[in-house]
Design a protein around this ligand. Structure first.
Ligand SMILES: Nc1ncnc2c1ncn2[C@@H]1O[C@H](COP(=O)(O)OP(=O)(O)O)[C@@H](O)[C@H]1O
Ligand SMILES: [Mg+2]
Length: 395
């Protein structure tokens, strides 16, 4: 009798265990199913369908947009740790990450979930997958299965140009004129590629020093294509609501709402003035309210022939805090004045009076070549060309 009861108890226990295991299995299946559904829902909300359609329409280069998993990027950023945050902007936060392969990346995490519309991030993916240029930031891929979409870029280890303009390191070093000129030339080169070589042409629409990234060699990588626009083939402009950053906004675009490639030229003009003066594009605290806008301050100084009053005085000092030789000082000043004359043309009120981006890139390259040539060779006075005459005109 006791043995029969024992056997019954054991049977009951086994049935209970099996029942428990089945329930556990069902719960696990439900969790997996639910997680999959959530990922799919996030994918749709983050514009995954549009992206899939876009990739299909291109019919090739699928590898351009690698799809990362949420857990992969979570691990890369140490669960989006605060000390991995390297920047914030209108779109969200940017984190430094290290992939399993050891590769460093920058991960842009949107602030709010997508709503299935053609949002900024989708715009950035679609534009960046179509362009390849050594001075344009490379998009490695994206992740859409998370609540907010994530974009993964190559990592620019030296931050942004904007980070370095006002900054003076502990030993008094500033970003020297040569580096500034190189970055300006590379930026103009990348933008002229967008305007002329990309098909359809691309207008960046938010050219500014904090959107120019600097890589390990301090070379420029144009970034932040969140508000960029494709210019339909054959069109000269797009009619669109004003987007951009105060201080860099083309006044003609502001008034007519017609965006053209000359709007980027205007913004680059402001950036050139920043490079020359190390002043902020808008400063309501330290400048006469009449000149809180840097472009207006610059134009006033150019017209009055007193540009030297606003050139960053730190260019006169070399990296050992010694005054640079008068010959070198003259070369640098001459180069600065030449760049100022380009900036002046870029800031013309009417777009049609501004040079094209291709001209700007070409002229900046020429100024750079002259600066280097005068250092390495003892050039004759005549071969100094435009730079010397510009210097005399403005001084
Ligand atoms: N690839 C990158 N490498 C290093 N830092 C980056 C990178 N991309 C962005 N950042 C940092 O994040 C900031 C914001 O990024 P950005 O692309 O300009 O987005 P937003 O649209 O939010 O302005 C930048 O100013 C920069 O400091
Ligand atoms: Mg930005």
């Amino acid at each position: 009798m006791v043995m029969i009861m024992d056997a019954c108890c054991r049977l009951d226990f086994s049935v209970a265990c099996i029942g428990f295991l089945i329930i556990l299995l069902i719960i696990m299946v439900l969790i997996v199913f639910w997680a999959k559904r959530m990922k799919r829902r996030n994918f749709m909300q983050n514009g995954g369908l549009q992206l899939e359609e876009f990739i299909k329409s291109k019919g090739h280069d699928h590898t351009l947009t690698r799809i990362f998993t949420g857990s992969e990027l979570k691990a890369a950023t140490n669960n989006y740790a605060e000390d991995m945050k390297i920047g914030t902007g209108g779109f969200g936060a940017v984190y430094k990450g290290k992939l399993e392969t050891g590769k460093l990346v920058a991960i842009k995490k949107a602030l709010v979930p997508g709503d299935g519309d053609n949002k900024e991030f989708l715009n950035e993916v679609i534009i960046l997958t179509q362009i390849h240029h050594k001075h344009i930031v490379k998009l490695l891929g994206c992740c859409l299965e998370t609540k907010t979409p994530l974009l993964v870029y190559e990592y620019a280890s030296n931050g942004t140009l904007g980070d370095h303009l006002q900054e003076t390191s502990k030993n008094g070093n500033v970003m020297g004129w040569d580096r500034r000129l190189a970055v300006a030339t590379q930026t103009a080169e990348a933008l002229s590629y967008l305007h002329r070589a990309a098909s359809p042409p691309i207008l960046h629409r938010d050219v500014k020093s904090t959107n120019i990234l600097l890589d390990d060699n301090w070379d420029a990588k144009v970034g932040d294509f969140g508000v960029s626009r494709l210019l339909p083939d054959g069109d000269e402009h797009i009619s669109t609501a004003v987007q951009g950053t105060l201080g860099y906004l083309d006044p003609e675009y502001f008034q007519t709402l017609q965006l053209t490639d000359k709007s980027d030229v205007y913004s680059l003009g402001v950036m050139l003035v920043e490079l020359i003066t190390s002043l902020k594009p808008v400063d309501t605290h330290h400048r006469d309210p009449k000149f809180s806008n840097l472009a207006l301050l610059f134009i006033h100084h150019m017209k009055a022939g007193i540009l030297k009053d606003i050139i960053d005085p730190r260019f006169e000092v070399d990296n050992d805090s010694m005054s640079i030789s008068s010959k070198e000082g003259h070369r640098i000043r001459s180069s600065i004045f030449s760049v100022a004359s380009i900036a002046y043309r870029c800031l013309a009120l009417a777009g049609c009076d501004r040079p094209s981006m291709i001209e700007v890139a070409h002229d900046l390259q020429e100024i750079s070549d002259i600066l280097h040539a005068t250092r390495t060779k003892d050039v004759t006075k005549g071969s100094f060309g435009e730079s010397a005459s510009t210097l005399e005109n403005i001084e």
